[in-house]
Structures are given as C-alpha cells and as structure tokens.
Design a protein around this ligand. Structure first.
Ligand SMILES: [Zn+2]
Length: 87
C-alpha cells in the first residue's frame, strides 16, 4: 500500500476548483500538480470534477447563475466524494 497524506488530499480537494480555473499561485499550482501525479484518487477526482465543471459552465452560459451557486455545487461534490470514497 502506498502512503497517501490525506491532509494533502483535503488541501488539493479544496483547491481543485481554483486549479481548474488556473487561479492558483505558481507554488500552489505546483503543489496540486505534484499531488495529482502521485495520488490516483485525487487525479481521477480532478478529471471528473474538471469535466463536470466545464459541462456545468457550458450549460449555464445561457442562463444567469446565482452568486454562490458554483460554490454550493463544489460543496456537494466534495461531500459526495467524502462519502463515496475510492472504488
Ligand atoms: Zn490525494
């Protein structure tokens, strides 16, 4: 079993949306990137969430998105993945 720092996972999860938006500083970006390279769980989450976020954005482009909506979506995603865990 490989050792995974779950505090890093939490940090990466908290930053995934900023990572998708490329709003992280160079240091944070590198941290997240390195973690995604070593942690298969976060890497697959990143792919799923990145795709989902792009899909959501594509759809809501035509309608007005209430402020805080995206944050709530992320909260749900993170809560769901906490419960589901890796397969
Ligand atoms: Zn991780």
């Amino acid at each position: 079993m490989s050792e995974i720092d779950h505090r890093s996972c939490a940090q990466v999860f908290a930053r995934l949306d900023d990572y998708v938006d490329r709003e992280l500083s160079a240091d944070d970006l590198e941290q997240v990137q390195k973690h995604l390279e070593t942690c298969a769980m976060c890497a697959s989450e990143f792919r799923l969430e990145g795709q989902l976020l792009r899909t959501i954005r594509g759809k809501v482009r035509r309608i007005a998105m209430p402020p805080g909506f995206e944050a709530r979506v992320w909260k749900r995603i993170n809560a769901a993945s906490d419960r589901t865990g890796p397969e």
